[in-house]
Design a protein around this ligand. Structure first.
Ligand SMILES: Cc1cc2nc3c(=O)[nH]c(=O)nc-3n(C[C@H](O)[C@H](O)[C@H](O)COP(=O)(O)O)c2cc1C
Length: 351
């Protein structure tokens, strides 16, 4: 592939702005008020199984994702890169993912394509040699000069196992410097799927993927859909806080498809694997996401603060999550993940 895109001199300020934006995203995302207030997963309950007929020690959470074995069906969702702090966060996330045998993504690599000096802030393969690592770019960039070559560069930059293209119209619409031309993206996504050497995953960032959009993406060869539904981090609130347009942020704070419903809607899309994310906050939510149709559950916000601290802090958060998942499997009588996917789960009847 060709050499990396070099920023033109008049583009250097844009690179600086991008660094500031990423730092602001981290600072704001840490604030609890940026979360949608109530988790949609709370409305769903497993049927309790008082006679699981299995030894807790037998519970098996292993699975395969992108051809690699995982110890548990968990993804640390794409978050960051491009600054010193982001490099530290990515390192801690990747090292803990490797220790625990779960998958990990990096944040949008656009700034590393524009300024190769920051590429190393994304390059986590040495810390996570064996687990799946996901590259990341905004799909809308395919309307702003990017194409299959840049997508392949993002993959090669971090020796990724798959390329995530994120679809984020609400976020861009509220962003002061948002890229708003989402016209005619599908054929460009199709071209990327054709040309890059790894599977392509499509995700939202907190508003969900409808069944119609899921089918459109599946039809052009996207092989994994990560719904990143509504119920967790609100990018409307974060971008509105940056733009000082709080009323607009509140108006759209809960725009989108709630993650549990989104998984049910996507269940009929043929030929794709589903990742359930957006508001997944603990191992019980992971279990619910799987019972509602996901192969894997993704979490971003819950790992952000631990990642700022240390590898051990991320490690502990993953271990807690997996313990909660195992308890949910035990009490729903699910020895393996395949049994968990068939476990009885229903919407809680409100009093
Ligand atoms: C600080 C932060 C930065 C993020 N940056 C990206 C990004 O660059 N690319 C992307 O696809 N998603 C990004 N996301 C979105 C997450 O991957 C995820 O879809 C979303 O936060 C919903 O998950 P959550 O409710 O567990 O936080 C980011 C999330 C956070 C918290």
């Amino acid at each position: 592939m060709t050499s990396p895109i070099r920023p033109a001199p008049d583009n250097l300020m844009a690179v600086d702005r991008e660094r500031d934006r990423k730092a602001e995203h981290i600072a704001l995302a840490l604030e609890p008020r940026m979360q949608v207030s109530r988790s949609a997963f709370d409305s769903w309950v497993f049927e309790h199984c008082a006679l699981p007929e299995l030894d807790f020690a037998e519970i098996d959470t292993t699975c395969t994702f992108l051809g690699k074995k995982l110890q548990a069906p968990l993804l640390i969702s794409c978050m960051t890169g491009g600054t010193g702090e982001a490099a530290h966060i990515n390192r801690n996330l990747a090292a803990a993912a490797e220790r625990c045998g779960v998958a990990v993504g990096v944040g949008s690599q656009r700034k590393a394509l524009e300024d190769p000096s920051v590429a190393e802030t994304f390059a986590v393969r040495e810390h996570a040699p064996s687990v799946p690592i996901l590259a990341n770019l905004g799909a809308v960039q395919l309307n702003y000069g990017y194409g299959p070559e840049e997508c392949q560069q993002a993959v090669d930059m971090i020796s990724a196992d798959a390329l995530v293209l994120h679809l984020n119209p609400l976020q861009e619409a509220l962003q002061p410097e948002g890229d708003l031309n989402f016209g005619n993206l599908l054929p460009k996504i199709a071209e990327v799927v054709e040309c890059v050497t790894v599977p392509v995953i499509a995700k939202e960032v907190g508003s969900g993927l409808s069944a119609t959009v899921g089918r459109q993406l599946a039809n052009v060869g996207v092989s994994v859909l990560d719904c990143a539904g509504m119920g967790g981090t609100s990018w409307a609130r974060i971008e509105a806080a940056r733009a000082d347009t709080h009323d607009l942020g509140e108006l759209f704070a809960d725009w989108g498809i709630q993650t549990p419903e989104n998984l049910l809607q996507l269940a009929d899309v043929p030929g794709v694997e589903l990742i359930g994310s957006g508001g997944v906050r603990h191992g019980l939510d992971v279990a619910k996401a799987l019972a509602l149709g996901a192969s894997l559950a993704g979490m971003a916000y819950p790992f952000l603060e631990p990642a700022i601290q240390s590898v051990d802090a991320v490690n502990s958060r993953i271990e807690e999550t997996l313990k909660e998942l195992r308890i949910a499997m035990f009490c729903s009588g699910s020895r393996h993940l395949s049994a968990l996917r068939r476990a009885r789960i229903e919407r809680r009847r409100l009093p």
